[in-house]
Design a protein around this ligand. Sequence first.
Ligand SMILES: Cc1cc2nc3c(=O)[nH]c(=O)nc-3n(C[C@H](O)[C@H](O)[C@H](O)COP(=O)(O)OP(=O)(O)OC[C@H]3O[C@@H](n4cnc5c(N)ncnc54)[C@H](O)[C@@H]3O)c2cc1C
Length: 380
Amino acid sequence: MTRILVIGAGLGGLTLAHALVRAGLDVRVFEADDGTGERTQGYRIGLSPVAMEALRASLPPRLYDLAEATSGSLTGPGLLFDEQLTLLSSDLPGPEESRAFDRQVLRQVLLGELGDRVSFGKRVKTFTDEDTVTAFFADGTQATGDVLVGADGGSSAVRRRLVPEVRLVDADLCGAMGRTPATDRFRRLVPGRGTMVKGPEITLMLGRMQFDREPSEAAAELTPGLPMPHRESYVRWVLLVPPDHPAATAPPREEARELVLELIEGWHSELRDLVRGADLSAVGRSKVFDRPMPPWPVSRVTLLGDAAHLTLASGGNGAATAMQDAVRLSALLAEVDQGRHDLLPALAEYQRDLLDRGNAAVEVGKRALSRFIPAGGDAR
Ligand SMILES: Cc1cc2nc3c(=O)[nH]c(=O)nc-3n(C[C@H](O)[C@H](O)[C@H](O)COP(=O)(O)OP(=O)(O)OC[C@H]3O[C@@H](n4cnc5c(N)ncnc54)[C@H](O)[C@@H]3O)c2cc1C
């Protein structure tokens, strides 16, 4: 049986693991973090119809049902307001998303039923690639398999070895993020799939995370025994901070809140209260690759997701693209396992597909950014 080592238990790596298990392959996932709650990459994530299809194709039906039950609707108009909450448009274009997920809840769903196939605290340092592949971890241990998949995110150690010429650069895009309980007054600000507030030079984006069912209750009923955090519905907001503003230098959270409130001084009190009442995530600067991802010599080592195509968060398509990679790669590896395809030609076919899809997704992300910051930097 083909043995697959997946580096990284993020949204793409875990989707791949499920798809491989479903296809009957031997898969092990190695995650650098010690657990799932360690970092935030934003609270909420919107998944497009293709991502939902990829999840349906990969997850055991019970987990897919749990994913659906713990997500929320993204239908309804996209609204555009000015900073005094004067409605400018109720027809705001946005990415094609069909369901909203809390990122941590989705990650818990994806960890379901994988059991000890996933190991935490395993940061890959390097690997060898000969007749088999061996991954070497920071804790001194190692693992050997037939294929190694770098699903280790935008700053991928696997990509740095495979394609060292690609470098991460600052995208000059900085956002402060928060989530505020979805009380009626704040829920009214986001009746549909998203709301944008454009003030002079500053853009605030609001998204609702209205759980169809409270996640821990849904998990207790649909997948008893699966750990799941308790979560109340919330409004997620992202304030794009000018990259040269003091708030963009990742100050401690409480200081960040004051700096963010300074940026929206004079804005409608509803918006200031939304920020004041938030659980504020650290301010983050976006990174991008310095060039389109080039091909690399085909071997037993390949890439998936952000490791191969780092899209801007504004594109709203990074996870969807990673999940499509997972479906494609698992299908090809299943054919190899069944003796219907040779390994290296299958990985060459996957790489071509990955680069086409990934580089196109990165362009979509860049174009989406112009909705928030038109050329010239004036956000109005
Ligand atoms: C603020 C924000 C909002 C976003 N919103 C959306 C959205 O609405 N819709 C959407 O489709 N996409 C969105 N994205 C993009 C999406 O989050 C990513 O594209 C997606 O998470 C990529 O999945 P991945 O598995 O490739 O990487 P990740 O989910 O980043 O997972 C990589 C994993 O690898 C682990 N890792 C890293 N290095 C090592 C190592 N050396 N050894 C072992 N493990 C390692 C990491 O700890 C991590 O768990 C957003 C991104 C951000 C930052």
